[in-house]
Write a protein that binds this ligand. Sequence first.
Ligand code: N01
Length: 548
Amino acid sequence: MMSEPRSKTSAADNVRKLDAVIVGAGFAGLYMLHKLREQGMEVLVLEAADGVGGTWYWNRYPGARCDVESMEYSYQFSDELQQQWQWTERYASQPEILKYINHVADRFDLRRDIKLNTQVSTASYDEGTASWSVNTNNGDELSARFCIMATGCLSSTNLPKFKGLDDFTGPTYHTGQWPHAGVDFTGLRVGIIGTGSSAVQAIPIIAEQAKHLTVFQRTPNYSVPARNGPLPLEVQQSIKAEYQQFRKTNNQMPFAFGSKYNFREDAATEATQEELRTEYEQRWRTGGLPFLGAFGDLLFDMGANDTAGDFIRNKIHETVQDTAVAETLSPRQVVGCKRLCADTNYYETYNRPNVTLVDISGDPIECITPDGVRAKGENFEFDCIVFATGFDAMTGALFNMDIRGRDGLELREKWSAGPRTYLGLTTAGFPNFFTISGPGSPSVLTNMLPSIEQHVEWIADCVAYLQSNDYASIEPSSEAEDAWVDHVNAVADTTLYPTCNSWYLGANVPGKPRVFMPYVGFPPYVEKCNEVVAKGYDGFKLSAVSQA
Ligand code: N01
């Protein structure tokens, strides 16, 4: 599709010239590289880690696994790949997903165009040449027509600035930057701060090893049993026999997964007590996030949502023997407005004699001390501390770089009141700059793999369109962007998502503007993206080939 790849070097000025630079070698970066190379482009992927895998490279905490089923949380762009790869469990563990990503990197010969251990420090747009200058911590100087951010939504860890953080004399760990050698907690007194998805997976396993585990909980989270287990060969074969149709049906689901679980349209508000109990019980037994598909109004109507909340709170009380602990573990916010967790023995773990729950909802942690944590006027002594405190989601990784568009406009400055994009793919003032699963796209509310594939294919088609029509650059108009931002908010406001302090809103990071970042609803989003293209890139400004 591309005419001629750009010349490879420019020895005189030491700047390597490329068609595209991609930042990040996770699922998004790898597929983007594959796609653009197929189009004859010269591409380089820059990756900070010393291996591929993105989120699955970093998040190696005990119990880390995906909450979307393995037959769905995988690439669909290659039928051979999806037919040949064998998953072993209903939900793939972190090591298995990392093995899969490495297999993909080898299978499609991607490694030769990936530079590891390389962090992008600056990326700036040069109007004269209609290209991006990219600099790295290793002194690389690159010039590329297209700059594509595949930096992930949950890749910049959030470590709250606890007073005394550096005073603790033992080791500390963040779930999102776990040591590769693993951690042996045997015989140790362990403190863990946070009770989100990472903690909910890690706590049961750490509790089995540790001498004592103390959990500091600021907000309880709803969790449903994952019901993980081996994935029988016959189940895989039956899905593989109709894999393409299965993928297609999933892509028509609101969150791009779970079609076999029937996301019902019936209203919980119109169901009898018996119907509610039967439906929730059946989903609790089946396990996993399709629990939220029990009724069509769960994420839209407070009364409907309460019925799901009551059901889970009852389950917590049935499971946890100590009534006071059960009550402390019982969330009061809307089910699903913080990401629903899927666990293995999470609530059961609080029946262990070596586990203590500390409710810090009313009294924030006072400080970290040389020996542990001080909270509620009490000193808790630990041999090590685990921070399961999440991520500066969706914008954090982008803001870790100095990204400047037209006229030196800084991305951090432009988004200081919250991210502004058109379709979550592009932002005004930043020509030829794309964000894969960026804010304003369904991303984290969906099965990430189909969302990533849809973005990669949209970007690849866009680049091919520019090439074949001799356009130098593309960027959205401010009007299209403003309308999209308003639309993203309007859609979110029809749901219950904005009702609690979630990372979807940036509420977990002090000082971050409170803006709902993802777009709710995969099928209408894809339809909009396709419509924009069908109308000749409606809402975008296309510039003729630069004379520079
Ligand atoms: O992070 P989180 P996570 N003092 O932000 C607490 C995906 N994921 O890494 O709720 C005390 O959810 C914070 O408390 P609060 C998934 O999308 C997927 O667990 O803000 N506590 C919260 O309890 C998920 O949603 C999988 O009041 C503080 C916790 O730390 C996302 O990643 C597995 C605090 C952070 O929870 C993030 O999950 C893992 C403070 N100052 C992750 N600051 C699966 O696929 C924060 N907290 C299964």
